[in-house]
Design a protein around this ligand. Structure first.
Ligand SMILES: C[S@@+](CC[C@H](N)C(=O)[O-])C[C@H]1O[C@@H](n2cnc3c(N)ncnc32)[C@H](O)[C@@H]1O
Length: 259
């Protein structure tokens, strides 16, 4: 591990708003904030918003600056990335920000029913090969239901045509109508149709987003309300793979579509 990473980890361990439970030691089961984030950490009853796969936490911090009456928690497994947003929010004395280092697969351990009102998924890995690892799949939406309010908002910002198409099809399959849906967020046509306050939020740009934009990849956005009830079904369709990503890390695949 690089010196730089070690220094970041050491500094993160001192941050009062960063939670890094040791799941092997059973710290998740005894996690003191579950169901009590408002009471014990934020010291208020404001709505809680999560950024899943937050990386450096640009949305967690950017939204926290804009909405002092909401609480924001960035979640990622990679601590060295999270350090950037954690440090920034501490320096700016943002009292409505926390970070949680865990795998999103374990997220139900950290939040109680109805504790969260909104989710942001920012440039999630499309997981073209593995639907069960895709953060907008029915497998994950079902997990989110265990702590999201009924009809809680899910906001998905992505470069990936694959993930966008997949999520769009999943919504159709489950008769969920998107609130907002655009395949080219920064086009002048889209700007003309979106309300100014939504446009402002979508101007926050993440590290990965900047990379994709510099390669000329249009940014897509979908938002929808997730109902609590009803069985969620996966879409049954072949979806064209993103041609700018490798399908498998180790070897190039000749596949061009996936479910
Ligand atoms: C492509 S990066 C995007 C990071 C950031 N949102 C951005 O836009 O710059 C995806 C992030 O999701 C995190 N991630 C992916 N799957 C995860 C999982 N199952 N649990 C926790 N973090 C995950 C990765 O560690 C990574 O930081």
């Amino acid at each position: 591990m690089s010196k730089n990473k070690l220094a970041k980890f050491a500094e993160m361990a001192t941050f009062p708003h960063v939670f890094q439970p040791d799941e092997l030691r059973g710290e998740a089961e005894l996690f003191p904030m579950k169901g009590r984030w408002g009471e014990r950490f934020f010291k208020n009853t404001h709505p809680i918003v999560l950024e899943l796969g937050c990386g450096r936490g640009e949305y967690t911090v950017g939204l926290a600056r804009r909405f002092p009456n909401k609480n924001f928690i960035g979640i990622d497994i990679k601590g060295a990335r999270m350090w950037t947003g954690a440090r920034q929010s501490l320096q700016e004395e943002l009292s409505n920000v926390a970070f949680l280092r865990t795998r999103i697969e374990f997220i139900e351990r950290y939040f109680a029913p109805d504790e969260v009102s909104e989710l942001w998924l920012t440039f999630s890995d499309p997981q073209m090969k593995m639907p069960t690892k895709r953060l907008t799949s029915s497998y994950f939406l079902q997990r989110y239901r265990s702590f999201l309010i009924d009809g809680g908002l899910v906001q998905v910002k992505t470069d990936s045509r694959f993930l966008f198409t997949y999520t769009d099809l999943l919504l159709k399959e489950n008769a969920i109508t998107p609130i907002c849906r655009t395949e080219d967020l920064y086009s002048t046509e889209t700007s003309a149709t979106l309300p100014a306050e939504v446009l402002d939020l979508l101007q926050i740009k993440t590290y990965y987003e900047e990379q994709w934009l510099s390669r000329g990849i249009p940014i897509k956005f979908l938002s929808f309300q997730l109902p609590r009830e009803g069985q969620l079904r996966e879409p049954d369709a072949e979806i064209e793979l993103d041609d700018y990503r490798s399908y498998a890390r180790s070897k190039r695949s000749s596949l061009t579509v996936s479910k």
